[in-house]
Design a protein around this ligand. Structure first.
Ligand SMILES: [Zn+2]
Length: 228
């Protein structure tokens, strides 16, 4: 009876130590402390059995609580970002916390046209004047072709004469990411979608008022959602 009690006590001490977020060293210390506190009358044999039972208990606990490698990897990828939601008429609906959208190359290829795939997933650039959005300046919102996040309001679109759809501001700073791009030996600022990391285009400081910025976008990186 004493033996069973001691075993359970040790196992419980281990479980408690781990639950409290202690390291394995912490657990080892707990086990030694348990041992030190054992009554002198406990025989060596009983003590060894108790320690073995505790080890089995620890093994069982760790096995049960350790996530599978695949689950651990996906947990690392599963990050949250805060973006602003908009209706198709450009009305701000509020900030939402969403999981970043991560897909394999094959999954993106299935979802996107070859041109959209090359631009958004491989940081490509469409040829100028090939697809300067057909929607002119109709009221609506330009959304990410990959994840539908709102990117630009058509009211900020202007004629840049570059052959690429150009805007003087994003619909919300939270919805895009700006990073330094050193490709082709030129320092530029690349613009991507905050939620899915789709490459969208670049931003330059030769735009019109009120910002003086020119967000030079690839039309195949976006879809136009006309205001209803
Ligand atoms: Zn996106």
């Amino acid at each position: 009876m004493l033996l069973i009690f001691t075993s359970l006590g040790s196992a419980a001490a281990i479980a408690f130590a781990i639950d409290e977020g202690e390291s394995l060293e912490g657990y080892m210390f707990s086990l030694n402390r348990e041992v030190d506190q054992l009554p002198r009358t406990t025989g060596r044999r009983s003590f060894l059995i108790a320690a073995s039972a505790a080890a089995v208990g620890l093994y069982w606990y760790v096995q049960r609580s350790e996530p599978a490698p695949a689950a651990k990897a996906s947990a690392d990828l599963w990050k949250k970002v805060s973006i602003v939601e908009f209706s198709d008429s450009g009305q701000r609906k509020g900030v939402v916390s969403v999981a970043t959208l991560i897909k394999t190359e094959d999954e993106w290829k299935k979802q996107l046209s070859p041109d959209s795939f090359e631009v958004t997933r491989q940081a490509g650039t469409e040829r100028a004047y090939t697809n300067e959005n057909p929607n002119e300046h109709a009221k609506g919102v330009f959304r990410c072709i990959c994840c539908d996040t709102a990117l630009f309001d058509s009211s900020t679109k202007f004629e840049s004469g570059t052959g690429w759809p150009s805007f003087w501001a994003p619909i919300a700073k939270e919805n895009i990411l700006e990073t330094t791009d050193n490709s082709f030996g030129i320092v530029r600022t690349a613009v991507s979608c905050r939620r899915c990391d789709a490459h969208l285009g670049h931003v330059f400081d030769d735009g019109p008022p009120p910002t003086g910025l020119r967000y030079c976008m690839n039309s195949v990186a976006m879809r136009f959602a006309r205001a209803s």
